[in-house]
Design a protein around this ligand. Structure first.
Ligand SMILES: [Zn+2]
Ligand SMILES: [Zn+2]
Length: 474
C-alpha cells in the first residue's frame, strides 16, 4: 500500500468516525417484512452480527438460528445493543405506525411467526408511553376520588355518631316527670314490675337488651319482649341506656331521625329508685285489687302472659332435657302445638309449675326407657314420644288424683326472667278473688269487698297475709 493510499484510507476512516450514519437494511429484500437499523458508530463485527441476527427469509422466518451465528448469549447481547428492528407489516394499534421491536422474541410476539401479522393489541413504544401516562393519570384520579369518598364516609360516620350521641343525651335527660303508665292491655304494664325487681339487685347497670337475654328472654319470646319494652318506652318509664351498642341504631342521612332496634337497645328505668319502686307497687296494687273494666283487662292481660310464660317454660325445660340430658333432638315441629296444649291442660287442671316440671321430667325419662327397650326407635321418635307420654301422664294424674311432687328446674334451665315476679302477682290477684278464700274470710262480704273506716268499699285481701297490712291499704 502506497503512502497516498494509506492517507486516503485514514481520512476515510476519520470521516466515517466523525459523521457516523446508521445502517438501515430491510429483509427479505424482495418483499420486506422487517427493517433493521444498526446504530451508527458500531464496529464492523457488531454490525455483521446484528444483520445476521435480524435477517429474515422469504417466508418471514429467521434466516438462521442465533446459535449458528456464535455463542447465543453474546450474539443476542451484541445484536440487541447495536440494533433494533421495525416490523413493517405490524402497525401500532393506536397510531398505525410500524412497531419497533428490540429483539427476536418481541418481534415474533408482535408480528407472529412469519412477522406479517398486521394488527393486534400491540402499541409502538411512543404510544405505550402515552397509554402508560394516561393509565397513571386515571389511577391518580381514581385514588383521589376514592379518597374523597372515604372523607365523605368519615364525615357521615361522624355525623351518625353525633346524632346517636344526641339521642343518648336526650334519653339520659328523660325524667320521671314525663312518665305515665302504658295502657291496660299492654304487657309493658306487667313487665315493669319484673324490671324493677330485676334492677333492684344490679344498681347502676343497664337492663340487658332483649337479644342479650334471648331465647327465654323476659316473657318467653323476643317479639313480646320487644313490644312490651316499646310500650314502656313510649310511656317514658324506660329510656335507652347509654351502654346501648351503636349497631342498635339506624341513622337517617336525610333528616335528624335516629331509630333503634327495640330488641337491641339496652335500657334504664326512668326515675329514682324510690320512684320506680313506688310505680311498681302501684301497678301491682292496680293489678291485684284495681276496680273497673280497665283493671280487669290488665289482670286478664297479666294472666294470659303468665300462662304463656309457664307453658313456654315447661316446653323449653322438656326440650332442654331431651337435648342436654339424652342427646335427642328437641320435640319435633309437627308436635309443638300439641305439646303446648298438653302443658296448658296440666296448668289449667291446677298443677303447679313445679309439678309440671316433674311431669316433664318423668315423660322424658319414660320416653328414654321406651327407646332403650325398642332398638329400632330413633332419637327423634323418642322426642316425639315424650309428648304422647306427657299427655298420658297428665290425663292419668287428673283422673286418678295422683299426688305429684314439685321439682325444681335444674340450673341449666333458664326460665323467662319475668316469670317469677309476675307469677306471684298473678297468683295474688287470683287468690283474693277465689270463692273458697272469700267464703272463709270473716272480714269481707260474699263478693270479697270490705268497708274501710271512711265507709268506702274496697277489695279485701283476706288477711292475714304477712306482706300486706290488712285490708285497707289500697
Ligand atoms: Zn403508536
Ligand atoms: Zn276477705
Amino acid at each position: 500500500m502506497g503512502k497516498r493510499e494509506r492517507r486516503r484510507k485514514r481520512e476515510r476512516a476519520k470521516r466515517q468516525r466523525s459523521v457516523p450514519t446508521a445502517v438501515v437494511t430491510e429483509f427479505p429484500p424482495a418483499a420486506p417484512r422487517i427493517r433493521v437499523i444498526v446504530q451508527a458508530d458500531q464496529p464492523a463485527e457488531a454490525r455483521e452480527i446484528a444483520l445476521k441476527y435480524w435477517e429474515v427469509a422469504e417466508d418471514g422466518k429467521w434466516a438462521r438460528t442465533v446459535a449458528s451465528i456464535g455463542e447465543q448469549q453474546a450474539v443476542s447481547m451484541t445484536a440487541t445493543s447495536a440494533s433494533h428492528a421495525v416490523l413493517l407489516g405490524s402497525l401500532c394499534a393506536s397510531c398505525d405506525e410500524p412497531i419497533r421491536v428490540p429483539n427476536r422474541s418481541w418481534a415474533v410476539k408482535v408480528g407472529g411467526p412469519n412477522l406479517d401479522r398486521r394488527s393486534g393489541t400491540y402499541l409502538c413504544p411512543e404510544c405505550s408511553e402515552v397509554q402508560e401516562q394516561e393509565r397513571l393519570h386515571r389511577r391518580q384520579a381514581e385514588a383521589e376520588a376514592a379518597q374523597a369518598v372515604q372523607k365523605q364516609e368519615e364525615a357521615r360516620a361522624a355525623e351518625r355518631d353525633r346524632k346517636i350521641a344526641e339521642l343518648i343525651a336526650r334519653e339520659g335527660a328523660t325524667s320521671s316527670s314525663e312518665s305515665s303508665l302504658p295502657g291496660d292491655a299492654s304487657l309493658g304494664l306487667s313487665l315493669y314490675i319484673a324490671l324493677v325487681n330485676h334492677a333492684a339487685y344490679r344498681a347502676d347497670k343497664p337492663l340487658p337488651s332483649v337479644t342479650e337475654v334471648a331465647p327465654a328472654g323476659w316473657t318467653g319470646d323476643s317479639t313480646t319482649d320487644g313490644e312490651a319494652f316499646l310500650d314502656l318506652y313510649r310511656a317514658h318509664l324506660v329510656a335507652i341506656a347509654a351502654e346501648t351498642p351503636v349497631e342498635a341504631f339506624v341513622v337517617s342521612d336525610e333528616d335528624d331521625g335516629v331509630r333503634f332496634y327495640r330488641t337491641e337497645a339496652r335500657w334504664r328505668l326512668v326515675g329514682s329508685a324510690a320512684f320506680t319502686t313506688a310505680t311498681a307497687e302501684s301497678i301491682t296494687a292496680y293489678l291485684v285489687t284495681g276496680h273497673g273494666p280497665g283493671a280487669h283487662e290488665a289482670r286478664q292481660s297479666l294472666a294470659g302472659l303468665v300462662e304463656r310464660m309457664e307453658t313456654i317454660n315447661v316446653i323449653s325445660y322438656l326440650d332442654g332435657l331431651l337435648t342436654k340430658k339424652y342427646d335427642y333432638p328437641p320435640v319435633p315441629e309437627g308436635r309443638r302445638q300439641e305439646l303446648a296444649d298438653v302443658v296448658k291442660k296440666g296448668l289449667a287442671a291446677g298443677y303447679t309449675p313445679g309439678q309440671m316440671i316433674c311431669f316433664a321430667w318423668r315423660a322424658a325419662d319414660s320416653a328414654a326407657g321406651w327407646k332403650e327397650r325398642n332398638a329400632h326407635m330413633g332419637p327423634a321418635e323418642a322426642s316425639s314420644g315424650a309428648v304422647t307420654i306427657l299427655n298420658g301422664k297428665i290425663d292419668n294424674a287428673i283422673e286418678l288424683h295422683h299426688a305429684i311432687p314439685e321439682y325444681d328446674s335444674p340450673r341449666w334451665h333458664q326460665q323467662p326472667l319475668a316469670l317469677g315476679a309476675l307469677r306471684e302477682v298473678n297468683a295474688e290477684a287470683r287468690r283474693i278473688r277465689d270463692r273458697a278464700v272469700i267464703d272463709a274470710c270473716a272480714v269481707c262480704d260474699h263478693q270479697g269487698l270490705s268497708e274501710t273506716d271512711t265507709g268506702t268499699l274496697v277489695r279485701c285481701l283476706h288477711a292475714p297475709d304477712p306482706r300486706q297490712d290488712g285490708a285497707a291499704n289500697v
